[in-house]
Design a protein around this ligand. Structure first.
Ligand SMILES: Cc1cc2nc3c(=O)[nH]c(=O)nc-3n(C[C@H](O)[C@H](O)[C@H](O)COP(=O)(O)OP(=O)(O)OC[C@H]3O[C@@H](n4cnc5c(N)ncnc54)[C@H](O)[C@@H]3O)c2cc1C
Length: 375
């Protein structure tokens, strides 16, 4: 009898437990929505919101080893729920998710139980400095960080122009080249508090300014062996690359949803003239459905090693970036002058949208990668 009552109770509480995405949506509505203009206009970094998302489990849904079935879908949906309101915050979530992804996809088990747990819970915050090496690996630019083997670890130096979601007590994943034999690339976690590391004055961007994006300068920064994720990185990069790229879809999905919603809201007052515009919300909604279901399918097997899978990931990312820019452009045309005033959502979403198409891997890089695959 007691057993029945207990299981009834737990069934009831499971039924009322909100999903992680619902919890993120609720926090976004109550805590993020009032900050969105401040984030955009003043570059305000929504740290309290990030920590609240962490407590709600937003950064712990995509981690290898945390459940039998690895699926990036919930992490992507959580990022989309925030992205419906603010791309800066959605991008900070991606940075945080990527940092946790790197740690839990590595074989550094000590780091998983220490820093990894804190990152997954949003107690420690941070990001990823992989744009430069991701461009190096695909033949676009030289590597900017160099490391030397020393007793107990590596000493690293170099500079990176942009790394986001940082602060004095934050962390980021980075890759450096070791030139002595065997010449190789090594990936490690770098604490911003390391001696010799300086966060440079942040550039003023046209959007995404609330992401705490800094230039990072490293002068003989000691990286202890305990913070190394992969040495050499070759197989590890193949393991993490699809997750790195697919997780970015959350930003695109959230922003496109908001643009469709803006266009639909204008049907009443402006439908009689907006119907002459080339791009209508129904067509974008269909495109979004296709993107969302492709991403969901790919996100269910992020460690798949088939080259056709990697190609499909790149194609999905390219489609997501292009649809984001197209949606924000269409929303701007549908909103007209009311979207063109400072403080209007449409002009902010348009400025934000370009980020999805220029953050690494940018549209041009994705097109290069597809072209290179054809040879
Ligand atoms: C708001 C913001 C946040 C970012 N956050 C991160 C992050 O967290 N981690 C990360 O690794 N990368 C980050 N990046 C970098 C981003 O992912 C791209 O790599 C970057 O935008 C350059 O990509 P690209 O395809 O335009 O490079 P390309 O067009 O190939 O440009 C080549 C290089 O030019 C350099 N460059 C950059 N700005 C200028 C400039 N103003 N004048 C001249 N040269 C310049 C850069 O070093 C760039 O790599 C961020 C960029 C922005 C705008």
């Amino acid at each position: 009898m007691l057993e029945t009552r207990v299981s009834d109770e737990s069934a009831k509480s499971a039924a009322v437990q909100p999903s992680v995405t619902d919890a993120v949506r609720t926090i976004a509505a109550s805590e993020l929505a009032p900050l969105v203009r401040k984030i955009d206009a003043e570059g305000f970094y929504p740290e309290a919101v990030m920590r609240a998302f962490g407590r709600a489990g937003a950064f712990a849904q995509h981690l290898p080893g945390s459940s039998d079935k690895l699926d990036l879908g919930v992490a992507i949906e959580a990022m989309a729920a925030a992205g419906e309101r603010c791309l800066s915050t959605s991008f900070c979530m991606w940075c945080q998710d990527a940092l946790a992804w790197y740690i839990f996809a590595s074989s550094n088990n000590d780091l998983k139980t220490t820093l990894g747990r804190k990152v997954a819970a949003g107690e420690a915050l941070g990001g990823t400095a992989l744009s430069n090496p991701m461009k190096t690996f695909f033949g676009i630019e030289p590597i900017r960080l160099k490391g030397k083997r020393v007793d107990g670890g590596y000493v690293v130096q170099g500079a990176l122009p942009y790394v986001s979601n940082l602060g004095d007590d934050h962390y980021f994943g980075a890759i450096f080249e070791v030139e002595e034999a065997p010449r190789r690339f090594v990936m490690a976690i770098v604490p911003c508090a390391s001696e010799g590391l300086r966060l440079g004055a942040n550039t003023k961007f046209v959007a995404l300014d609330g992401t705490r994006t800094f230039a990072v300068q490293m002068r003989d920064v000691m990286i202890p062996n305990a913070l190394v994720l992969a040495d050499p990185v070759d197989d590890y990069i193949k393991r993490i690359r699809a997750g790195f790229v697919l997780l970015q879809s959350g930003m695109a999905i959230g922003l496109i949803r908001d643009c469709i919603s803006m266009m639909q809201q204008l049907k009443g007052p402006l439908g009689h003239v907006n119907k002459y515009l080339d791009i209508q919300p129904e067509a974008l909604a269909e495109q979004l459905d296709a993107i969302t279901s492709t991403v969901a399918r790919l996100a269910a097997t992020p460690f798949e090693s088939d080259p056709a899978y990697w190609r499909a990931v790149i194609e999905a990312r390219l489609a997501a970036g292009e649809a984001t820019v197209a949606s924000a452009h269409a929303a701007m045309l549908h909103c007209g002058a009311r979207g063109y005033v400072s403080g209007a959502a449409a002009q902010r979403r348009l400025r934000e949208a370009y980020f999805v198409a220029i953050v690494t891997p940018a549209t041009k890089q994705l097109r290069k990668m597809l072209a290179d695959m054809a040879h």
